[in-house]
Design a protein around this ligand. Structure first.
Ligand code: SF4
Length: 368
C-alpha cells in the first residue's frame, strides 16, 4: 500500500517539489534526470496513485526535511518529514527499453527517457543557437550538459526515435511522448525537425505526441505539425513579464509575449482547445498576481498554462537561485486550479505532453 498520512496529496506534492527529497538509496527506481533541456535534477516518485518529479540532485534537496529510506522487499520506502514518518512511497522501476540499443548501435536511453510514470521524452536536437553564448542562453537550461557528459547524442534521427518509441510502447507501456528541441534557427525554430520525427514515429507506433518549440515565424507550420502526427503543441513562455524574461532568458525574450499570444491564437484552431500548452516557471521573479493574470488570458485563448516550480539545475547560472516556497506555489496553483476547473480546461483532457503528464507540478491535483 502506498499511503500518506496527515496531509493532502496536493500539499505534500507542493512541499516535496519546493524542498526536494533526500534519499538513503539514490539508485532506487528509474535513474533520475540530470541536466538536459527544461526542468531537471529530479527523480520520479509515486504515492497516492500519482507519480511526480521531485528534486533530488539540487543543493536545496540536500537540506530537505523530507527523507526516503531505501526501498524494502515490497519496493516501497518510508517517507519521513523532520524524522517523523508520514507515509510510504515507491519509485517507478527502470524501464526495460533502457537495456536495448538501436540498429546503428546507440543505447536507447541516449535517444529517449522515461518521464513520470508513462511518458517517453526526448530532446530531438540537443543543441540550441542560444546556448553557447551567455548573453543569449536561458539561465535555467542545461541542454548542453547531458550532451557534454555523453548521456545523449546531438541529433536523434527519425529512424532512431521511431525504433525507440515502438519498443518503449511494447516493453514498458508508455502512453504518450514529448518531443522537445533546442532552437536550430529563427525561421521554423525547430518545427521541421519535429515534423520529421513525429511522422516517422507515427509510422512505427500509435502514440500520442506533443511537440515543443518556440513559435515558428510562419504559422502555417502549425497545420504541417498536426498533419505530421503531432497531437498537442507546447510553446513555452517560461516567465510571464518582459522584464523577467529579458533577465533570465535574454535570447528567447527577443520573441515577445505578443508574438507568443499571436502564435497561441493561430495554433489553438489547429490543435484544439486545451491541446496547446505553455510551461511557466514560477519562482524566477514574476509575482503570483502577474502569473495568474497571464494564465487568465491564456485560458481565454484555450491554452493550458502549466505552472511548475522552478528547480535550480546544478551547473547552470541559476544553480543557487532558490526554489519557490510552498506558500508561493499554493498562492498560484490553488486559484489557477479553480480557474481551470471552471473553464473545463484540465490536465486530464490533454492528449499528450507535459500538461497531461503533470508530474513536474502539483497543478493537476488542484483541478480536482
Ligand atoms: S511534466 Fe513534462 S517535463 Fe515534467 S516529467 Fe512530465 S513530460 Fe517530463
Amino acid at each position: 500500500m502506498i499511503a500518506l498520512r496527515q496531509t493532502s496529496p496536493e500539499n505534500l506534492i507542493t512541499d516535496l517539489q519546493s524542498f526536494g527529497l533526500r534519499l538513503a538509496d539514490p539508485a532506487a527506481g528509474a535513474a533520475g534526470r540530470r541536466g538536459g533541456a527544461g526542468p531537471s535534477d529530479h527523480k520520479a516518485v509515486t504515492f497516492a496513485g500519482r507519480t511526480v518529479m521531485v528534486p533530488i540532485y539540487t543543493g536545496a534537496a540536500a537540506a530537505s526535511p523530507f527523507h526516503a529510506d531505501a526501498p524494502g522487499s515490497d519496493g516501497t520506502s518510508v517517507l519521513t518529514r523532520d524524522g517523523a514518518e508520514i507515509g510510504r512511497i515507491s519509485f517507478p522501476r527502470q524501464p526495460r527499453f533502457y537495456a536495448m540499443q538501436t540498429f546503428d548501435g546507440v543505447p536507447y536511453w541516449k535517444i529517449a527517457v522515461l518521464h513520470g510514470a508513462d511518458v517517453l521524452a526526448t530532446t530531438v536536437l540537443q543543441t540550441c543557437i542560444r546556448y553557447t553564448d551567455r548573453a543569449t542562453a536561458c539561465q535555467f537550461c542545461g541542454i548542453g550538459q547531458s550532451l557534454a557528459a555523453g548521456r545523449t547524442i546531438a541529433h536523434k534521427t527519425p529512424e532512431q526515435l521511431a525504433e525507440v518509441a515502438r519498443m518503449a510502447v511494447l516493453l514498458d507501456g508508455v502512453k504518450h511522448m514529448v518531443l522537445t528541441t533546442g532552437t536550430p534557427n529563427v525561421i521554423d525554430r525547430g518545427a521541421q525537425v519535429l515534423c520529421d520525427s513525429a511522422f516517422a514515429i507515427k509510422q512505427a507506433v500509435e502514440l500520442p505526441i506533443q511537440g515543443q518549440c518556440e513559435p515558428p515565424r510562419d504559422h502555417t507550420w502549425f497545420r504541417r505539425m498536426k498533419a505530421s502526427g503531432i497531437d498537442t503543441l507546447g510553446m513555452h513562455l517560461e516567465a510571464v513579464t518582459e522584464e523577467v524574461r529579458a533577465r533570465i532568458m535574454p535570447g528567447k525574450a527577443t520573441v515577445s509575449l505578443q508574438r507568443y499570444y499571436d502564435a497561441f491564437a493561430a495554433a489553438v484552431p489547429e490543435f484544439g482547445r486545451g491541446q496547446v500548452s505553455t510551461y511557466i516557471l514560477a519562482g524566477l521573479g514574476d509575482t503570483p498576481e502577474m502569473i495568474l493574470e497571464v494564465c487568465e488570458k491564456l485560458i481565454g485563448l484555450g491554452v493550458y498554462p502549466f505552472v511548475v516550480p522552478f528547480v535550480p539545475i546544478s551547473g547552470t547560472p541559476l544553480q543557487n537561485h532558490p526554489a519557490p516556497s510552498p506558500a508561493f506555489m499554493r498562492g498560484v496553483l490553488a486559484p489557477l486550479g479553480r480557474m481551470l476547473k471552471l473553464a473545463e480546461l484540465r490536465s486530464r483532457d490533454s492528449k499528450a505532453g507535459c500538461g497531461k503528464c503533470g508530474a513536474c507540478s502539483s497543478l493537476a491535483s488542484y483541478e480536482e
